[in-house]
Design a protein around this ligand. Structure first.
Ligand code: ADP
Ligand code: MG
Length: 591
């Protein structure tokens, strides 16, 4: 056929394909997870678009996924009745790396190769469509988009830098809509083409897909069939009745046949009663939904009623994946009446500093055709946001109250920066943020403490919360300002992260106790002896003058201090000036 066109892959795809085809990655079965998740995405897209364009569903075909394993020929076929692809979409989607996850994968791979590590990146990132080549040496994708009146066939082979696209001409292969993917398995991977194997993988990997997944299974039902009884047999058994005569008798047999079998559970986990969902199920849902590798640190499943009704499950990951605070982290998946709407938000549902929290939100109160603009304006969304934030804080506080101190230390190590950012960005939630902060101190140099622990440990006469900012615990420890306070056994927080000081300055106080920088000039320890001070001031006034003259403009003033005990002198910042640490920070930023 002359209409078969040949295309070259984008260079990155070649690299990726090469990696996949030659990978020694043993967990090849992830291919099914990737392909089923694409099918599910395609169904989600169709369902979403059909809200405003009901005509898209005119063919009356159900939204589902069907998987068939042909053991004899080593072929696995995955069919979805989703949105399908036009010819151009085929080129854009299955010839380039359009998808950011795969780009991230390549970047991580490069980094890990440079670091000489051989990590399990394929499983961790998921390599999308191309993972088909983990197990197949040929893939044929036949697809029909409702936007096009033609169906197209994409065909690609492992170890080839090109693929072809042609029009589907075989009338038997025409689809009402959607996509059929046929994987021609490599010899050593033909084991995946067993119906039982596929069934097991679907149960394992696609339990939380919200469309029905059917697998083609051999079944049997029992059937009564009439059999001619052997008269000699009958004789042995008993003598009553006519014996010589041939008798009609029934016998139970198992009749085998093939049929589609529903293989996954389609009720979304968030619709279930939280009491009936196990931690293991939450963890699994989390890993599968967010393509995570490790279990979450905490989860929270709740329903809100009243003014606005929605259901949600939120999670705190156990590690931080992305380095930067990404404004579009796709951390929250929004559903309206179980229809997936979007995971592409920019702070509408969750403040950006909480973007590390992942979750699903399902609302009955939003319109199905909700757009970004509606989200931004909606009163319902504002209420939802408020509740989600509160629940997120409760969940994090829960980690901090857990008996296992390590859990919160882990949280703090990974996400402490976000909490500090919250102190800067979200005044409204200072009360919820402050208890989550952690610091080292002169009395706890190896283990961080909370502000509550600090307050509990305050001296009876102490009114303020003391802190000193420095670039490390060691330099904080040696700060001369600390001497008197240490002598008095006062606890002083060490602010050793550049963001600590900014966060604290935004909070201003905690439980009505002000934060006081002990390096500022007017530190009042409440133990001044006015008389004695006057005396000393007079005695040393000439020394001070002399030093000021020597230093000139380098210092603003030279004064007698009562805050030192063993150091002869100390350089402090003015009351209204920046602390030395802030100055360091500002300088670093302007450079
Ligand atoms: P991702 O799913 O993260 O976008 P993939 O590599 O898995 O990346 O898929 C690339 C693209 O190919 C998808 O974004 C989608 O546009 C298209 N695609 C893949 N499978 C299907 C399918 N079954 N139906 C429709 N489009 C599909
Ligand atoms: Mg995908």
């Amino acid at each position: 056929d002359s209409s078969c066109e040949k295309f070259e892959y984008q260079a990155e795809v070649n690299r990726l394909m090469d990696l996949i085809v030659h990978s020694l990655y043993s967990n090849k079965e992830v291919f099914l997870r990737e392909l089923v998740s694409n099918a599910s995405d395609a169904l989600d897209k169709l369902r979403y678009l059909s809200v405003t364009e009901p005509d898209l569903l005119r063919d009356g075909v159900d939204l589902d996924v069907r998987i068939q394993a042909d053991k004899d020929n080593g072929i696995v076929t995955i069919i979805d009745s989703g949105i399908g692809m036009t010819k151009q979409e085929l080129v854009d989607s299955l010839g380039t790396i359009a998808h950011s996850g795969t780009a991230k994968f390549l970047k991580a791979l490069k980094e890990s190769q440079e670091a000489g590590k051989d990590s399990n990146l394929i499983g961790q990132f998921g390599v999308g469509f191309y993972s088909a080549f983990l197990v197949a040496d040929k893939v044929i994708v036949s697809t029909k988009s409702p936007k096009s009146d033609k169906q197209y066939v994409w065909e690609g082979e492992a170890n080839s830098s090109s693929y072809t696209i042609r029009e589907e001409t075989d009338p038997e292969k025409l689809l009402p809509r959607g996509t059929r993917l046929a994987l021609f398995l490599k010899n050593e991977d033909k084991g995946f083409a067993h119906p039982e194997k596929i069934q097991k993988l679907v149960k394992n990997y696609s339990q939380f897909v919200s469309f029905p997944i059917y697998t083609w299974q051999e079944k049997g039902h029992t059937k009564e069939v009439e059999v001619d009884e052997d008269p000699t047999e009958a004789k042995k058994e008993g003598d009553d009745g006519p014996t010589a005569e041939k008798q009609k008798k029934t016998k139970t047999v198992i009749e085998k046949y093939w049929d589609w079998e529903l293989t996954n559970e389609t009720q979304p986990i968030w619709l279930r009663n939280p009491k009936e969902v196990t931690t293991q199920e939450y963890n699994e849902f989390y890993r599968k939904t967010f393509n995570e590798y490790l279990d979450p640190l905490a989860s929270s499943h709740f329903t809100t009623e009243g003014e606005v009704e929605f259901r949600s499950i939120l999670f705190v990951p156990s590690v931080k994946k992305e380095e930067l605070i990404d404004s579009k982290t796709k951390n929250i998946r929004l559903y309206v009446k179980r229809v997936f709407i979007s995971d592409d938000f920019d702070g509408e549902l969750f403040p950006r500093y909480l973007s590390f929290v992942k979750g699903v939100v399902d609302s009955n109160d939003l319109p199905l055709n909700v757009s970004r603009e509606i989200l931004q304006e909606s009163r319902i969304v504002r209420i939802m946001r408020k509740r989600l934030v509160r629940k997120a804080f409760d969940m994090i506080l829960g980690i901090s109250l857990s008996e296992n101190r390590e859990d919160y230390e882990r949280f703090w190590e990974n996400f402490g920066k976000f909490i500090k950012l919250g102190c800067i960005e979200d005044k409204e939630n200072h009360k919820r943020l402050a208890p989550l902060l952690r610091f080292f101190s002169n009395q706890s140099e190896n283990e961080v403490i909370s502000l509550d622990e600090y307050v509990e440990n305050m001296k009876p006469e102490q009114e303020d919360i003391y802190y000193v900012a420095a670039d490390s615990v060691t330099s904080a420890k040696n700060a001369p300002f600390l001497e008197r306070l240490t002598e008095k056994e006062c606890e002083v927080l060490f602010l050793v992260d550049p963001m600590d000081e900014v966060a604290i300055q935004n909070l201003k106080s905690y439980k009505e106790k002000n934060f006081v920088d002990i390096s500022k000039e007017d530190l009042d320890l409440g133990d001044k002896d006015e008389e004695k001070e006057k005396e000393i001031k007079q005695e040393f006034s000439k020394t001070c003058d002399w030093i000021k003259k020597r230093l000139g403009d380098k210092v603003a003033r030279v004064d007698i201090s009562h805050r030192l005990s063993s150091s002869p002198c100390v350089l402090v910042s003015g009351k209204f000036g920046w602390s030395a640490n802030m100055e360091r920070l500002m300088r670093a930023q302007t450079m």
